[in-house]
Write a protein of this length. Structure first.
Length: 540
């Protein structure tokens, strides 16, 4: 049976109210605006946070990256949840989580509590992109997906702009704690609005939509959700404090995934189910938890334990095969991995520079106040707001994905190098930051590729997967730059007690960003052209 034709035949796009579709999708885009505002806001609070918690650059990077730990770890579960329950109720809960995280962050009296607040914000924010694009796939025809993705990016990046200079002004007026609490109020209001206005589907009820899902998407055990989500949340926090290394902590998420899917593949081969398998899973899982209390000397030992935990967690919940099978359908396509890696590498300048280290870098380079530096950095988000819709329109217009993506990678590399190493004025730097955002926004076409090579019924799962690797770049780039700065620091401090990093230190640490863009260029020959058409027409 041609599942795509069956699925698409249920909707008559010409009969939909364009106004209602725009309002429903627009509210999800506003949530993305709000989420990005929360994401970038620490970049204008660095001095205040350093003074409050007495932190190093690496610790500040880790604090900001806590958002990404939750964000990246949640993307695949979020995709599964979106395909199972629909975006409305999940976006309501997500907004509430953002508000809760802002409250925790605003009242934090220790660095650990601030990390928890950022982590909870990341949980809520992780639903923004997937929810917005899921609604786009449900309310609009497929030929508008790339354009809507670009518009979503434009709206979201305006949140990034608002999270820079305007938030910096607010921090100067009322302090960083009160600013965080204002953010919580916005999240609570948005949660209520989404509850009353957004709906999952233009015609059918949520339950009717579920009946049209393939067999592997109809069931999702709450215990399965618990195993995936708790397991993924556990590693970043536990290991960041045990290993005192945020990079290793974040990377262990991947080992948990590897163990889970290795066990899943074995289970598919054997198709056996018995109580001993489940008992073995419980035994192995809790033995792994116990071993975590013993401070292993080698990172490899932690990685092995994480791998085993993922394996045994899959054994415990092996009766509920359907949802991992849907995820496996996405993960078994090599092009999904390549496009996702490309997106992650292209996003590094935004996460590593635009969302954290750009403000202190420009403050040092041009000897300007942080609110002025925040305005300069915000030009990258204005560039995104222009480039996102433009790339979506251009790609659909010429019927190609690879050509704009290749141009985006090459031009972003050139602009990033000019920003770091060319002798330019402050005015010229504003132009370069705009170009950086405009050029790098071309990676959004990777989302269109991933959607086109997967069945529409797995849109949420596919988008969740690419967004996992995409946002893992933030969890990597921010603390990496901080670590490179700390390694060069000579112990000099400013009058306010904060570490003094020279321009040469910043330039060497930020070299990590163009290196990532070089790898994005290397991936381009391996990405296959989809010609802006769905490549999958069946679910086997």
């Amino acid at each position: 049976m041609n599942m795509v034709q069956s699925y698409m035949g249920q909707f008559d796009f010409s009969q939909r109210s364009s106004l209602r579709a725009g309002v429903v999708w627009g509210l999800a885009a506003i949530f993305y605006f709000y989420e990005l505002m929360l994401l970038v806001s620490p970049s204008v609070m660095l001095d205040d946070l350093t003074h409050t918690f007495s932190t190093s650059a690496e610790q500040l990077g880790s604090l900001a990256a806590c958002y990404y730990y939750a964000y990246a770890a949640m993307q695949i579960p979020v995709g599964l949840l979106m395909d199972r329950f629909g975006p409305r109720i999940l976006l309501v809960i997500a907004s509430a989580f953002c508000a809760l995280g802002s409250v925790i962050f605003g009242f934090a009296d220790t660095l650990f509590m601030a990390q928890i607040g950022r982590f909870v914000m990341g949980i809520g924010g992780s639903f923004a992109v997937v929810g917005c694009l899921k609604l786009a796939s449900l309310w609009f025809p497929v030929n508008r997906f790339a354009l809507l993705t670009g518009i979503m990016v434009a709206v979201g990046m305006m949140g990034g702009v608002f999270g820079q200079a305007p938030v910096a002004k607010l921090v100067m007026l009322v302090g960083w704690r009160q600013t965080a609490l204002y953010g919580a109020i916005v999240g609570a209001i948005l949660s209520v609005i989404i509850w009353f206005i957004v709906s999952d589907h233009p015609f059918k009820s949520s339950q009717a939509h579920k009946e049209n899902l393939p067999p592997f998407a109809k069931e999702m055990s709450i215990w399965m959700q618990f195993a995936l989500v708790v397991g993924l949340f556990f590693f970043p926090f536990y290991f960041s404090h045990t290993l005192h290394n945020s990079l290793k902590a974040g990377s262990l998420i991947l080992f948990f995934y590897m163990g889970w899917f290795f066990c899943h593949l074995l289970y598919q081969k054997t198709q056996k189910e018995n109580k001993w398998r489940i008992l073995l899973g419980f035994f192995g899982f809790f033995i792994g938890i116990y071993l975590l209390k013993v401070h292993a000397l080698l990172f490899a030992q932690y990685a092995l334990i994480a791998l085993c935990l993922g394996f045994f967690a899959r054994l415990i919940f092996s009766k509920k095969l359907p949802i991992p099978a849907g995820l496996y359908e996405v993960m078994r396509i090599p092009q999904v991995w390549i496009a996702s890696l490309y997106a992650g590498l292209m996003f590094v300048p935004t996460t590593g520079f635009g969302q954290l280290w750009g403000v202190p870098y420009f403050s040092m380079r041009f000897q300007i106040e942080k609110d002025v530096a925040g305005l300069m950095v915000s030009m990258i988000f204005f560039g995104w707001a222009f480039g996102g819709p433009f790339y979506g329109w251009l790609s659909d217009r010429i019927g190609r994905r690879k050509l704009p993506m290749g141009f985006a990678a090459l031009s972003t590399l050139a602009v990033m190098c000019a920003i770091l190493y060319a002798p330019v004025s402050a005015l010229q730097m504003n132009i370069l930051m705009f170009l950086l955002g405009a050029c790098s926004s071309g990676f959004i076409l990777a989302f269109s590729i991933v959607r086109e090579i997967n069945t529409p019924l797995l849109t949420g799962t596919a988008i969740g997967f690419i967004n996992t690797l995409n946002n893992a770049s933030g969890a990597l780039a921010q603390p990496v730059v901080g670590k490179l700065l700390d390694k060069q620091w000579d112990g000099a401090i400013l009058s306010d007690g904060n570490p003094l990093y020279t321009l040469s230190m910043y330039n060497e640490a930020l070299l990590f960003l163009p290196i990532c863009l070089v790898f994005a260029l290397i991936l381009m020959p391996f990405i296959k052209e989809t010609f802006c058409r769905p490549m999958v027409t069946r679910i086997d």
